[in-house]
Design a protein around this ligand. Structure first.
Ligand code: SF4
Length: 382
């Protein structure tokens, strides 16, 4: 795994070999979990991989179990992902007897329930809320045992990485969910390093309304402007450009859309999905959303904008999980990209182009439904 250089596709791009080593070094009775609780708005690649490559996910989980010395584990699938859970069960049924003891567990529909320590809580019979850290699951995980929690796309790549590490390293590919204002939304497998503009043009048929904003990580990082569209699809390059790759839920927003309407959609998503355990997150996400509602409707002054940045600064170091700091970085980062639009809203006393509203991060937004229809075939909200 070290030679292949495989990095996790759950959003952090953390080296898989180091994660395995951390669990193995603990000794005891390790446990393995395949994380199929995909919840990021605009990400459909984990459902795609579980339904179309279930055998590879299960094979990857068996290899991971062998790597860390585990004899049992689970495949944790979000509630409502019926086709994915059924495909994984069929793959498990085909395993030989000497394989590790594995079972499919269906989780809850909540967004934060896919966070790795929230999965541990759910498996132990409690509400699926993130735990305070440390300890990390590698040291103290399921029932106190060293636990490896690995994203399902990562696991599906393990067999190829183990079989021929050098070949894997030479041609590293990743799944990208491309959604929003593009001609062909969908899940695409493509090489890392392609400029975003080429990804959008060659795979998704191009932007349908010009390139306004590009969110390479969906809601999980600040967007890029069209002048940054030649940044490579690569986690390091995108971080250097002030964004991230995350789960590669690449959202394109057209030029005619009001960017502050998108910022409000983003803030409302974080407000809606905060689980309520940490006051800086609960109060902070609702504060960000309130000020953006005022900006759009005309009730905001310059002092409110200063308050928004103060709230974001306060939120950054807090919270049991990454929700609070991600909300702060994404929302404040978006506003920093569009200073002229912000000034125009303050000057005009509200949105100067109310016909250009767009709510992509709403639960079953038009943009999410279009992606799911293209990537999963039936358009059924998950
Ligand atoms: S940071 Fe937010 S989402 Fe995460 S545990 Fe705390 S309240 Fe819940």
């Amino acid at each position: 795994m070290s030679a292949a250089g495989l990095r996790g596709r759950g959003g952090a791009w953390f080296p898989t070999a180091r994660k395995w080593q951390a669990v193995r070094a603990e000794g005891g009775q390790p446990f393995v979990i395949a994380n199929g609780h995909e919840g990021e708005p605009g990400s459909a690649k984990d459902r795609h991989v579980m339904t179309t490559r279930a055998g590879l996910v299960v094979e990857g989980l068996c290899l991971a179990a062998r790597g860390v010395g585990a004899r049992e584990g689970v495949l944790f699938v979000k509630e409502g992902f019926h086709a994915a859970a059924d495909a994984l069960q069929r793959a498990l049924d085909a395993l030989p007897r000497q394989a590790p003891e594995l079972r499919v567990v269906r989780g809850s529909p909540a967004y934060v329930a896919g966070e790795e320590t929230a999965i541990l809580e759910a498996l132990e019979g409690r509400t699926a809320w993130p735990r305070a850290k440390p300890p990390l699951p590698a040291g103290v995980g399921f029932e106190g045992r060293p636990t490896l929690v690995q994203n399902v796309e990562t696991l599906a790549r393990v067999p190829a990485a183990v079989r021929d590490p050098q070949a894997y390293r030479r041609d590293e590919r990743t799944l990208v969910s491309i959604w929003g204002h593009v001609r062909r939304p969908g899940v695409y497998e493509l090489p890392l390093g392609l400029p975003l503009r080429r990804v959008i043009d060659e795979y998704a048929g191009g932007a349908s309304d010009g390139l306004g904003l590009i969110f390479p990580a969906g809601p999980s990082a600040a967007p890029l402007g069209d002048e940054q569209a030649d940044t490579p699809l690569d986690p390091t390059a995108l971080r250097q450009a002030g964004s991230a790759l995350g789960t590669a839920a690449l959202l394109v927003i057209g030029r005619s859309v009001c960017p502050l309407a998108v910022a409000l959609s983003l803030a409302a998503f974080f407000e809606r999905e905060a689980c309520g355990q940490c006051p800086p997150c609960t109060v902070g996400t609702s504060g960000l959303a309130r000020i953006l509602r005022q900006l759009e409707s005309g009730g905001a002054r310059a002092a409110d904008l200063r308050a928004l940045h103060e709230i974001a600064g306060f939120m950054r170091p807090h919270g049991y999980c990454a929700h609070a700091r991600t909300a702060a970085a994404s929302v404040a980062g978006l506003l920093e990209r569009v200073p002229e639009d912000v000034a125009e809203h303050l000057r005009a006393g509200g949105c100067p182009r109310p016909t250009a509203q767009c709510d992509p991060f709403a639960r079953h937004s038009r943009e999410i439904l279009a992606l799911e229809a293209a990537a999963l075939g039936d358009g059924t909200p998950a």
